[in-house]
Design a protein around this ligand. Sequence first.
Ligand SMILES: C[S@@+](CC[C@H](N)C(=O)[O-])C[C@H]1O[C@@H](n2cnc3c(N)ncnc32)[C@H](O)[C@@H]1O
Length: 213
Amino acid sequence: MEKPTRYIPALSFKWLTPLYDPLLKWVMREETFKSKLIQQANIQPRMKVLDLGCGTGTLTLMLKRAHPTAEVTGMDGDSQVLDIARDKSRGTSIQWDEGLASSLAYPDSVFDRVVTSLVIHHLVTDDKRRAFKEIYRVLKPNGELHILDFGAPHSSLTRFMTTYMRRLEEVVDNFDGKIPLFVTEAGFSEVKEAQHFVTVFGPLSMLRAVKGD
Ligand SMILES: C[S@@+](CC[C@H](N)C(=O)[O-])C[C@H]1O[C@@H](n2cnc3c(N)ncnc32)[C@H](O)[C@@H]1O
């Protein structure tokens, strides 16, 4: 698998990866946001669900626990995080795949839901666009995409909070509110920000989009 020209691991540097789970748990209240994303995804029995950029697999595991009959796949471009995910998920039937968001190794129309959490802001603009086209391709008709990631600020305080994070070039599309536009361009309909939150790192947004039939 050929890595894109710029690949950003979970905490930007591979040597920080072991700190990812404690940081998300204690500083970012990840369970709160991830539970809301699972609720929003409205997963039905035996659905096929892809967690794109699953990292250490926390959301993937939460999904499987909440929906034991769902066929859950966690996919990430970094073998180091996938090793942690496999370790955390012993005894479950989750499938773990190494792959890139911009060229998914799945056939057309296979998933009922694609969820993705805190991944899109890691991708350069062209890869964001390619990833949404790929997600559209692998979703079944009427399948849904649910995104949790940084989004446009909703107040002057959150706008101010984004000033520091804007140094990370890839997140600027998120703060500029471009993610819903890229999702629409990829062919999705009913693209909507369902909820938004404020975290210490900036404003988070939950988007829902549908692949029309
Ligand atoms: C901040 S972590 C989020 C992990 C997990 N989804 C979560 O919410 O905790 C971002 C993840 O995206 C993955 N990633 C970055 N670029 C990627 C790409 N082009 N294709 C697939 N995964 C990618 C990284 O390896 C990392 O695990």
